[in-house]
Design a protein around this ligand. Sequence first.
Ligand code: FE2
Ligand code: FE2
Length: 187
Amino acid sequence: MGRFYENAAFDVRTREMFPFELKGDCLAEAFGDWKSHPGFLAHGSTLHGFHNRLRAAVDLFADEAGKEVLAFDEEALPHWQLLNYGQQIVDVAHSHHHAEDHVYFPRYLAAFPQLERPLSLLDGDHKVLDESLDALEASVKALKPGATLHGWERSRDAAEQLQQIIHRHLDDEEEIVMPVLINRYEG
Ligand SMILES: [Fe+2]
Ligand SMILES: [Fe+2]
């Protein structure tokens, strides 16, 4: 992560909105209104749907781990299912970031060099997300049938931290990437 990212207004753990300073570097078309753009259905909705499933999966895991902490057993998913679910979130998120970092973002940058700083922001986010996903994975691996309350608390806390940063990341990534996709870039 470069010095660029070492700023509370950019770091995904601390920023509260899309960095205003980067808006001018992004493609102006459809910025902020890409869902109603005619190109969204054809070019952006697949990625948007994937992001929504990832958001929902992290929310659900955080909720379910919270139920375990509060011992709402009758409403909770079976433990084995919850553990598989947590590992699946980790695996799917890592492979998505890998494809973005090594395949898609370099293509977007080659086509639109003005995206250098916005794409660096997303690259910095992915490094923070990797740490958060590692923490979730370690907590899930430590959970065995009959796990202690402390084990579930660790998992819930890791999921809540991931929840906070992944929502910020996905929202901001869409503001940067959707106009690229809508502009019918097909690299
Ligand atoms: Fe991403
Ligand atoms: Fe993404």
